[in-house]
Design a protein around this ligand. Structure first.
Ligand SMILES: [Zn+2]
Length: 686
């Protein structure tokens, strides 16, 4: 029995350990979690906090203390239970007893490969697990739009689609492309290889592979069951096939209500492990054995999610694979050289051997390398979807290299501070080649800078790039644009719509300005006796339409054919009926349901609307007027002959070709009319 005192030290360095409580919110996952608590609390704390607090590959050290004086035996039992739980979620571990100070302790490494996949969730009817990755329900509308766009594109081209999902995360988007958009093939890539298990599970389930899930599952169960099954079918071993079948039914039994009642369960898992062989003491697959034994297996989530050793794995996490010099695509399987070959790719089980085309592939490559290798191999996609994080724009141009003519690119930026806030002009200039300043229409400017970057990057590559739709979501915030990419046959790439906006901070007027007008972008609000006032200039950016009217119409028609597209996504937008705003303390952002969002986009496709909006608050403030009903204001402007729409970017804004002075006047008319109505009502009552 190891002495606790000698083992305790390495795990309890104050810098690395985290004191914790189940109620503590938003602690960043740590490489080491130290539990020191009274015995009965041990299990509960472990269950409620370890998944949240422990980094994959980290360590959990549990010290149970007999504060309730229940005796060492009792404490030992609790510790054993906690260890069993831990083994369900991890591998390895050892138990130590120290009768002097702490009756029982469990120390267990939690290998990344065994990070729990968590409970099965649903988005718009597609099931998925998150694993060590993350999931944002707030992004549901952006995935809804992508699914609709893929369906429309499919109808228009009449062909099956191939999708390259460059930054997959847990893979819910890829799963929805397969499940709901009915695309032929999804290549899901995420540089972070911890996402391997959920990606494989989600794509596998979405494409109808036999190991779909029906309830709470974890990587361990999936891997064990699938490995045993695959090996059994490969080698025709009857006993193992039987074991696999039992295990499969056990999984099903376990997962329907999430309660493990079958006493044979753990035994079966152990049996599967034994029959596999090659499992080291710590539960990791021996690398040599894996090459020999598992290299033969096709398609099931085996082996590849287990890193060869901890060091290699960390390298993957930090820097990603470093080399794909002679990367090329083999038949059904990616064969990539160098570090990439280690464990980075996995294709769907249909493979080429059974004659069926594979429907998905999972890999863990750095985005630009993946996109570059696709281009090099002449492997082009109908949809390249990049759900990136931050303002890293290095791969925006690369995305265009992997899309086929007539295909679509779905790009993202989440750096509102730089893109829309105008607070980091130097960063925005470096990332997007555009100068942003704090202007009232900042979020629309952000979308336009993103689209403009893509249009210009396309021109650089002889590609004509045009937005099919653009979408802004306040959480994040997230700027997304779906763009069609065609060959540019020496035509105009759209430089007239790649221009500037000038804004007058005195009168609130905004206007589009062409390159030739640079140096002469002024406002006349000072009057004829004064020199014209210089406007603040932002850009260049895309000043053409943010959506393609015909395409959005087709998306609307398509949305009418699917029940999932009606209203809010389940488990999302938990708000009382009729209430737009986020209830206090609720982390779910208010958002428009899908029909609303599509309708707003349709409104914005009206010809004649300017590439910016006016904030209602600015109209009232500048006009020294009280707020009026937004729809009445729109109606008043229409009556005066202007084109008007609401804005999908901001609920507190309108888009119109009227000047700010016209808007102020219309607001005044509305206010007078409302006041008159009020007075008449009062008079009628008296
Ligand atoms: Zn002015």
């Amino acid at each position: 029995m190891a002495s606790l005192a000698t083992r305790k030290q390495p795990f309890l360095s104050p810098a690395a350990s985290v004191g914790l409580h189940p109620q503590v919110p938003d602690i960043k996952p740590s490489a080491l979690v130290h539990f020191s608590c009274c015995a009965p609390a041990l299990q509960r704390m472990f269950a409620t906090t370890s998944r949240r607090l422990l980094k994959p590959g980290g360590w959990a050290a549990l010290y149970a203390q007999d504060r309730l004086a229940q005796g060492a035996h009792c404490v030992g039992e609790y510790a054993t239970d906690a260890m069993t739980q831990m083994r369900g979620q991890s591998q390895g571990g050892e138990m130590m007893h120290n009768a002097d100070t702490t009756p029982a302790a469990v120390v267990a490494p939690v290998p990344s490969s065994a990070a729990p996949l968590g409970v099965v969730q649903t988005e718009r009817g597609t099931q998925f697990v998150v694993g060590p990755s993350f999931y944002k329900p707030e992004s549901t509308p952006s995935r809804d739009l992508a699914v609709l766009a893929a369906r429309v594109h499919q109808q228009q081209t009449g062909a099956g689609l191939r999708v390259l999902d460059v930054m997959s995360g847990c893979g819910v988007r890829g799963a929805r492309y397969l499940d709901q958009a009915g695309v032929d093939y999804v290549w899901a890539n995420d540089a972070w290889d911890e996402t391997h298990a959920p990606l494989v599970a989600n794509l596998s389930a979405a494409s109808g592979d036999p190991w779909g899930f029906q309830g709470p599952v974890d990587a361990w169960q999936i891997r064990q069951a699938a490995t045993t099954y695959a090996r059994a079918s490969e080698e025709g071993g009857r006993a193992e096939a039987e074991l696999a079948e039992r295990q499969r039914s056990h999984l099903r039994a376990t997962t329907t209500d999430g309660v493990r009642e079958d006493p044979e369960g753990p035994e079966m898992v152990a049996g599967a492990a034994r029959s596999m062989g090659g499992l080291g003491k710590d539960g990791a697959l021996d690398s040599k054995d894996r090459e020999g034994r598992f290299g033969k297996l096709r398609g099931y989530p085996v082996g590849s999610e287990v890193a060869d050793d901890g060091t290699l794995h960390r390298e993957h996490v930090l820097g990603g694979p470093t080399s794909i010099e002679d990367g090329h695509i083999g038949k059904g399987h990616a064969r990539l050289s160098g570090d990439v070959s280690k464990s980075c790719t996995k294709t769907s089980p249909e493979g080429t051997e059974s004659g069926r085309k594979p429907r998905w592939r999972v890999s863990h490559l750095e985005a630009s390398k993946l996109l570059g290798s696709c281009n090099q191999n002449g492997d082009f996609y109908d949809i390249v979807d990049i759900d990136s994080f931050g303002s890293d724009s290095a791969f925006l141009g690369d995305a265009l290299r992997a899309v086929r003519y007539g295909g679509m690119v779905y790009v993202t930026s989440t750096d509102g501070f730089a893109l829309a806030g105008g607070h980091r002009p130097a960063a925005t200039l470096a990332a997007y080649g555009s100068y942003a300043r704090p202007v009232p229409f900042g979020n629309e400017m952000g979308l336009r800078i993103l689209v403009g970057t893509m249009v210009r990057e396309g021109a650089l590559r002889d590609l004509l790039v045009r937005p099919l739709f653009s979408h802004f979501a306040p959480h994040g915030p997230v700027f997304r644009a779906m763009l069609r990419v065609d060959k540019l046959n020496k035509g105009d790439w759209g430089h007239d719509d790649f221009a500037f906006l000038g804004h007058c901070f005195v009168c609130g007027q905004t206007r589009k300005a062409a390159w030739k007008q640079l140096g002469n972008i002024t406002c006349a609000c000072a009057g004829p006796e004064h020199p014209p006032r210089p406007m603040a200039v932002v850009g260049p950016m895309w000043t053409g339409p943010l959506h393609c009217a015909a395409f959005v119409d087709a998306m609307v028609a398509e949305s009418g054919r699917h029940s999932w597209a009606e209203g809010l996504a389940e488990g999302y937008g938990r708000r009382p009926a009729g209430e737009r705003h986020r209830p206090k303390g609720n982390s779910v952002y208010p958002f428009r349901d899908l029909p609303d969002l599509l309708q707003l986009m349709q409104e914005e496709t009206q010809p004649g609307l300017p590439p910016f909006f006016y904030k209602l608050d600015d109209i009232y403030k500048l006009g020294k007027a009280s707020p009026v009903n937004k729809l009445e204001l729109c109606a008043e402007l229409r009556k005066a002959g202007f084109v008007v729409s609401r804005s999908q970017v901001s609920a507190g804004a309108i888009k119109t070709n009227a000047s700010i002075a016209d808007c102020i006047e219309a607001a005044r008319v509305c206010h007078v009319a409302a006041q008159r109505k009020k007075d008449q009502k009062l008079a009628a009552r008296q």
